[in-house]
Write a protein that binds this ligand. Structure first.
Ligand SMILES: NC(=O)c1ccc[n+]([C@@H]2O[C@H](COP(=O)([O-])OP(=O)(O)OC[C@H]3O[C@@H](n4cnc5c(N)ncnc54)[C@H](O)[C@@H]3O)[C@@H](O)[C@H]2O)c1
Length: 249
């Protein structure tokens, strides 16, 4: 029987790499993303299927999951960052981060949890910022800390059905999301100075962990958040706010 996996936010970056990795493991992969064209292109590349889905819209998430049968693995990657000082951040900017990163994760967990087969696996991409504060990153940090806790609660609630729920917390990974960081002088350098292994991550490195968590090899792992960051959690987060302010002064 075909094993189905869905990668939410699978059209780019970490999600796209995860879709490729799960396809290589023999899953029939559904790429679910708000960006329909990119989702189609990704699905074509890996020989999978595309679904248009907006994680901030419950009817869209519900419809996307309702179309899936024999769902064994879910990886939730949709996310974005809206930087800004808390004293200056607009409520709409705060809401955007919370809606996509936190509420989106809740909606995916809710509908994935209803649809996935007993014994399946759900992995949510959290962030280093779920445990490490960064000036200028308040909304994102709060959302990702919430994601990590939500994953623990989901692991408890879904354990009776032997469904495993885990989080991966990457540090800086080279994806379209982080391309713009190079435009802020000194920001990436400061990040790497605070990363013991001295480099950023590759999407495939996160995808490998996601594929592992979706596999039988991880059958005894649930409710865990995995730091994947070259040791960056051992040091401090760069001063994003200071660097952005320096840019505009
Ligand atoms: N890149 C990093 O350095 C990094 C570090 C830590 C955590 N993360 C997290 O990893 C995840 C993937 O990030 P990435 O770097 O691959 O970003 P990316 O921008 O390359 O990919 C994100 C994908 O999510 C999709 N998406 C955005 N909003 C959506 C919505 N409302 N509904 C459905 N899909 C939506 C986008 O269309 C895109 O395909 C995010 O949750 C991000 O917060 C990234």
């Amino acid at each position: 029987m075909t094993r189905t996996a869905v990668v939410v936010g699978g059209a780019s970056g970490i999600g796209l790499a995860t879709a490729r990795a799960l396809a290589a493991e023999g899953f029939s992969v559904v790429v679910a993303d708000v960006n329909s064209d990119a989702a189609l292109a990704a699905a074509e590349e890996i020989g999978g299927r595309a679904v248009t889905l907006d994680v901030t819209d419950e009817s869209s998430v519900a419809a996307g999951f309702a179309s899936l049968d024999d769902l064994e693995a879910v990886v939730s990657c949709a996310g974005l960052t809206v930087p800004g000082a808390l004293t200056e951040l607009g409520l709409d900017q705060w809401q955007t981060s919370i809606d996509v990163c936190l509420t989106g994760s809740f909606l995916v967990l809710k509908h994935a949890g209803q649809r996935i087969v007993d014994g399946g696996s759900i992995t949510v991409i959290s962030s280093l910022n779920g445990r490490q504060p960064g000036a200028g990153m308040g909304a994102y940090c709060a959302a990702k800390a919430g994601v990590t806790m939500l994953v623990e609660v989901a692991a408890l609630e879904l354990a009776p059905r032997k469904i495993r729920v885990n989080a991966i917390s990457p540090g800086l990974v080279d994806t379209p999301l982080t391309e713009g960081l190079a435009l802020v002088p000194g920001l990436v350098d400061e990040y790497l100075e605070n990363t013991p292994l001295g480099r950023s991550g590759r999407p495939a490195e996160v995808a490998d962990m996601a594929a592992y968590l979706a596999s039988e090899k991880a059958a005894w792992i649930t409710g865990s958040a995995f730091d994947l960051n070259g040791g960056a959690h051992l040091q401090r987060y760069p001063d994003v706010l200071g660097k952005i302010r320096a840019l505009s002064s």
